[in-house]
Design a binder for this molecule. Structure first.
Ligand SMILES: Cc1cc2nc3c(=O)[nH]c(=O)nc-3n(C[C@H](O)[C@H](O)[C@H](O)COP(=O)(O)OP(=O)(O)OC[C@H]3O[C@@H](n4cnc5c(N)ncnc54)[C@H](O)[C@@H]3O)c2cc1C
Length: 425
């Protein structure tokens, strides 16, 4: 049976573009509604404008990168995984490359090329894209189920800024609630809750951290690579990460911090949370001490503040010296063994006090969202309302950095698109 009514996809981000393209590819009439003037605004800023589209690790590598939600994604990943995504992007003119940690980017390093590739996909298959049309409400039919007197809830369509649009299959791909200027303002959460879905409280994930110490602000803009950061509370080690970080005007950000941030968000009591920076994790204590002695020997006629250039970035030197309680103008040849030891300890354990996470608006991803218990993982259809589908960050799924969030959005979008098309055709 063929239906004249379209599949309606709400939101032209990663999940919505993919869902619309797939449904249309299978022959469905598809209308893709986007409230912004342009599509894919969050995609454009992803991966610092380079868009880390996915990761090339196998499915078992992917799973631990979601917080217990990985199992829900199995079906979607088996249906459409990283190699399928890469093939699709290649087909629409986006060549990809693999970087450290299996991260996949467009060869051009331009997120805009990914958006253009997805636009070509939806256009090729005849999706009707309507920008600057905001969905206000999702409307239901209320059918009396024959014989039993039960109420069977079913999609009737959506109300938009231009009127009612009838449909028996609506895909909500409105994203989360972070970076609201991109259009992700949590509309899908509101509709889902109004329709009876459980919405797990949205909260920040992959979020920068506020730091108490004022000296951090002096380092704004400084990025450190190959460092080890440990998060503790009292004597308890909560987590440890190795890689890159960035100082900001309020505290710290960058991959290692974003990864550790989940542990901070989870904590109800945040007293005593500390970050410990090992600035030279490749060297054990003895080797680092020898290295320090060599540098101090070489620059023994200089003041300490002028003797550490080979060991540390310029801007970090005053901070490290101050933390080790040595006067910066002290001549190196006057430095005692205890002072050198104090310097050594700071290089291996520079501490800062964590005040808490930045706001949800500043988070890379929204944790929480439509409860996965109420969505069929094999179709992305609501278990409560016939014809209602969810895809992307509106779902209670959040992954770590490395391409995991976009792959989840693309895979759930593709699956929802396919199932809606098969439903209506
Ligand atoms: C700075 C930043 C960098 C990131 N980098 C990466 C990365 O490199 N790799 C990675 O895997 N993930 C990254 N992410 C996360 C990733 O971008 C998101 O998880 C992903 O874009 C979510 O896709 P989505 O389609 O579900 O939602 P979105 O991309 O948020 O799209 C939702 C769309 O719905 C539209 N919409 C909302 N409400 C309505 C309405 N009422 N009517 C009509 N339209 C509506 C919005 O305007 C928007 O276009 C990054 C996120 C940020 C903020």
């Amino acid at each position: 049976m063929s239906s004249l009514l379209p599949v309606v996809v709400i939101g032209a981000g990663a999940a919505g573009l993919m869902a619309a393209g797939r449904a249309a590819q299978l022959g469905a009439k598809v209308i893709l509604l986007e409230k912004n003037k342009a599509v894919g605004r969050k995609l454009l800023i992803s991966g610092k404008g380079r868009c880390n589209v996915t990761n090339n690790g196998d499915i078992e590598i992917f799973m631990p990168n979601y917080h217990g939600e990985g199992r829900f994604l199995y079906s979607a990943f088996h249906h459409f995984f990283h190699d399928d995504l890469i093939n699709l992007l290649n087909q629409f003119g986006v060549e990809t490359k693999v970087e450290r940690g299996g991260r996949v980017f467009p060869v051009s390093d331009k997120a805009a090329d990914v958006v253009q590739g997805l636009l070509k996909y939806v256009r090729k298959h005849g999706v009707e894209l309507r920008t600057e049309e905001e969905v206000l409400e999702i409307c239901l039919e209320q059918d009396e189920a024959k014989g039993k007197g039960q109420v069977k809830r079913q999609i009737k369509g959506v109300k938009t800024t231009r009127g009612l649009l009838e449909s028996q299959a609506v895909i909500v791909a409105t994203g989360g609630k972070s970076y609201p200027a991109t259009g992700s303002t949590g509309d899908g959460f509101k509709w889902a809750a109004a329709l009876g879905h459980t919405v797990i409280t949205p909260r920040p994930a992959l979020v920068p951290l506020n730091i108490k110490e004022d000296w951090v602000k002096q380092l704004q803009g400084l990025a450190l690579k190959n460092i080890e950061v440990t998060l503790t509370q009292g004597k308890k080690v909560l987590g440890k990460e190795f890689g890159e970080m960035l100082f900001t005007h309020f505290g710290v950000s960058g991959p290692v911090i974003l990864t550790l941030s989940g542990l901070v968000v989870e904590k109800e009591a945040r007293q005593g949370l500390q970050l410990h920076f090992n600035l030279k994790p490749a060297l054990d204590e003895e080797t680092l001490d020898k290295r320090l002695q060599r540098d101090l020997q070489k620059y023994q006629r200089k003041q300490l503040q002028n003797a550490l250039d080979e060991l540390l970035p310029q801007r970090l030197i005053p901070v490290v010296i101050s933390a080790s309680d040595i006067p910066p103008d002290k001549f190196v040849h006057q430095i005692t063994k205890e002072e050198r030891n104090s310097l050594l300890q700071i290089l291996r354990d520079l501490r800062m006090t964590v005040l808490g996470p930045r706001s949800l608006a500043e988070a890379i991803v929204t944790a929480g969202g439509v409860s996965l218990r109420e969505v069929n993982p094999g179709t992305m259809e609501s278990k409560l309302i016939q014809g209602l589908y969810f895809a992307g960050e509106v779902l209670d799924i959040d992954g770590l950095t490395g391409g995991y969030n976009l792959q989840a959005a693309f895979s759930t979008g593709y699956l929802a698109g396919e199932k809606t098309a098969l439903r209506l055709l």
